[in-house]
Write a protein that binds this ligand. Structure first.
Ligand code: ZN
Length: 239
């Protein structure tokens, strides 16, 4: 007995193949209780360093889906505005639900449904700051409720270690994509890592999450560096 047999999904109630069936979707090509084909929801994680346009892409994705008649909720945690909204460095803003430790994303969706509000997908910005339970709840929503979840966030912290939530997303997500808008290090190489800068120096110890910005005037600021200059702690000519 091997695990191979268990790896093949078996759909006892699967109808005969029809025009709506996509064999790549396996069981999810069956129909829901209302007769509509289920569309095979997915958990997708988009990651990149600070300043690479994650929040902009999150809002663009929300816009694109809404334009096609789908309805979603936008959540965030510790947005740079410190308010319940997603803001972007290029000036876009959108109201968002602040994710707290006690918030259950499944309840969030089911409560909306109970109120007659359609929810086809979640846009989860700053997902690296969510806790591990939130990531499991995302997977539940995809697998049990056919809700798409699009998570956006940093992969690594200022020590270049994975955030726990990001690690879990890498482990569980149906797809993981590095955001393609390149942020450049001062040397011109591609920026990869987020350095925390205090008093003009790169620091490598401290709390994992400390609010800061990428502007020079902040007490605690972050600067995206290439791997070489992150490891060397070199911030470039302006410092
Ligand atoms: Zn560099």
């Amino acid at each position: 007995m091997t695990d191979d047999a268990a790896a093949t999904p078996i759909c006892l109630a699967r109808p005969l193949p029809g025009p709506d069936d996509d064999p790549r979707r396996g069981c999810a090509a069956t129909r829901g209780a209302d007769g509509r084909p289920l569309h095979a929801a997915a958990l997708r994680f988009f990651w990149g360093p600070m300043d690479c346009g994650k929040s902009t892409m999150a809002l663009q994705m929300n816009h694109n889906h809404a334009r096609q008649g789908r309805r979603g909720l936008v959540t965030t945690r510790i947005d740079r505005s410190l308010g319940p909204q997603v803001t972007t460095r290029i000036g876009l803003a959108h109201a968002a639900i602040e994710v707290t430790d006690g918030l259950d994303l499944r309840d969030l969706v089911r409560d909306a449904w109970a109120d007659g509000v359609r929810v086809d997908y979640l846009i989860c910005d700053e997902a690296s700051f969510y806790n591990l339970e939130h990531i499991e709840q995302m997977a539940d929503l995809v697998d049990n409720d056919d809700v798409d979840v699009y998570a956006f966030g940093l992969a690594t912290d200022f020590r270049s270690s994975l955030f726990p939530a990001a690690r879990r997303l890498f482990e569980l997500a149906d797809s993981v994509a590095r955001i393609q808008v390149e942020v450049l290090c001062w040397c011109g190489r591609e920026g990869l890592l987020n350095a925390r800068v205090i008093g003009g120096r790169v620091v490598r110890e401290g709390e994992q999450v400390v609010i800061g910005d990428t502007v020079d005037t902040a007490d605690v600021r972050y600067q995206v560096l290439c791997r070489r200059h992150y490891r060397a702690g070199e911030l470039g000519p302006r410092d």
